[in-house]
Write a protein that binds this ligand. Structure first.
Ligand SMILES: Cc1cc2nc3c(=O)[nH]c(=O)nc-3n(C[C@H](O)[C@H](O)[C@H](O)COP(=O)(O)OP(=O)(O)OC[C@H]3O[C@@H](n4cnc5c(N)ncnc54)[C@H](O)[C@@H]3O)c2cc1C
Length: 382
């Protein structure tokens, strides 16, 4: 079997892995980006990219941010429409513009940017089956090659092999969500700059979404907490189709719509519990580090921020020749300082609202009538 020697092995070339590789630019280190897929590849997602993502890229290189702004498949959005269970819609306008970008395009953009760096070599269609600590580093097993690296960064998503081997990668149902999505054409009542979150009676720990793509189609999905879905025996695909065909305010908007894709589902490891995300010679980023917002289900931005921190930390490990657990701990602190309090807020907000859906309707009605309450919600919650 081929043996490939690297300084840093990044397992997974999604937003976390590619950002980690990009953050290592100018490090002079041999970085291997190992992924089981061949790019371009799709990833089941809502495609909503947080407004702060261009700023994250700019901290690596302003040219990277400029290249991101030129992605043609990017649909800018700056209004979040929250629809209460009683149908009352509230619009919240953001000063910073977010984007809806099909993951096939976003991830391919990041992948191409990463592999354009002379220090990065991509190893695609390599499924990592095991990682093993050996003297002075790691052995990373794939069916084709055995990689050896001084440092490993696990960016291999929700089902992370690296997280299971090196940390507490258990997917606990009260800290894990599931969601399904499909692409639809012909949905009415949408606006290009508005992304919609609909809260549904009888589905208290989740929501239904309609996100506009630049080509006029919509990413439509539904997701919620796994523990709740299991307890109520909810079939998410069935729920999506039921909402589209029978829900009083949603279904009329789909009367002439048609499905363009399969309805696909995937899991979301939530950032509502802390797991160790570093140790001697290793770090985890993105979904592998369980960093998804428990309320909104957003994880792309977190993946990129953690990937960037991990890239920077990895460069420091080499320049200071320090791969100890103590030295790596600063990475955990940096990531959790950034996300832990907002993820806890999301977690408690969801748990508080779920048994009080009537309150949701009432507050939405008040906010609809009194702009001061509307503004207060925007300030406090969003
Ligand atoms: C239905 C759904 C809707 C969502 N909607 C949104 C949204 O609108 N906005 C948002 O911000 N977030 C959303 N998320 C969450 C978001 O998709 C993730 O947080 C994000 O993809 C995390 O990026 P990542 O790089 O950590 O992992 P991924 O994007 O999953 O990338 C992991 C990479 O690792 C590779 N890999 C996996 N296992 C191995 C292996 N053993 N060997 C080699 N390679 C491997 C995969 O091929 C993949 O390329 C949604 C998730 C779901 C499921």
């Amino acid at each position: 079997m081929n043996r490939i020697i690297l300084d840093i092995a990044i397992v997974g070339a999604g937003p976390a892995g590619c950002t980690a590789a990009l953050a290592l630019k100018d490090s002079g280190l041999r970085v291997g980006l190992i992924d089981q897929a061949r790019f371009p590849r799709d990833k089941t997602c809502g495609d909503a990219v947080a407004a702060y993502v261009p700023k994250v890229l700019a901290t690596i290189s302003p040219a990277l941010r400029d290249a991101f702004q030129k992605i043609e498949e990017r649909q800018p959005v700056n209004i979040c429409r929250v629809v209460a269970p009683n149908g009352t819609a509230l619009d919240f306008r953001f000063s910073d513009t977010g984007n809806i970008i099909k993951r096939i395009h976003l991830d391919n953009f990041l992948f191409n940017q990463a592999i354009a760096q002379p220090h990065v070599t991509a190893y695609c269609e390599r499924r990592v089956t095991n990682v093993k600590q050996v003297s002075e580093g790691w052995e990373i097993e794939t069916p084709q090659e055995l990689f050896f690296a001084r440092l490993i960064i696990g960016c291999d998503g929700a089902q992370s092999v690296v997280s299971r081997k090196l940390s507490d990668g258990r997917l606990l149902p009260d800290n894990y969500s599931a969601a399904v999505r499909g692409y639809y054409a012909g949905v009415t009542g949408t606006a290009p700059d508005v992304f919609e979150l609909h809260f549904i009676d009888g589905f208290e720990l989740g929501y239904f979404w309609i996100f506009p793509e630049v080509d006029g189609t919509c990413n439509v999905g539904v997701g919620g907490l796994s523990e709740y879905i299991a307890k109520k025996s909810i079939n998410l695909r069935g729920l999506l189709q039921e909402l589209i065909s029978t829900h009083p305010t949603i279904s009329p908007r789909f009367s002439r719509a048609h499905l363009l894709s399969e309805i696909k589902g995937f899991g979301l490891p939530l950032g509502s519990r802390k797991i160790p995300i570093s140790g001697p010679g290793w770090m985890l980023c993105g979904d592998a580090a369980h960093l998804i917002d428990p309320l909104t289900g957003e994880g792309i931005g977190q993946a990129m921020v953690s990937g960037r921190y991990a890239g920077w930390k990895a460069a420091a490990c080499f320049s200071e020749n320090n791969f100890s657990a103590d030295f790596m701990k600063a990475y955990d602190q940096q990531v959790y300082a950034k996300f832990w309090s907002s993820h806890r807020k999301s977690y408690w907000l969801q748990r508080y609202l779920a048994p009080r859906f009537w309150l949701f309707n009432r507050v939405a009605n008040w906010a609809h009538r009194f702009p001061v309450i509307h503004r207060w919600i925007q300030r406090v919650i969003l």
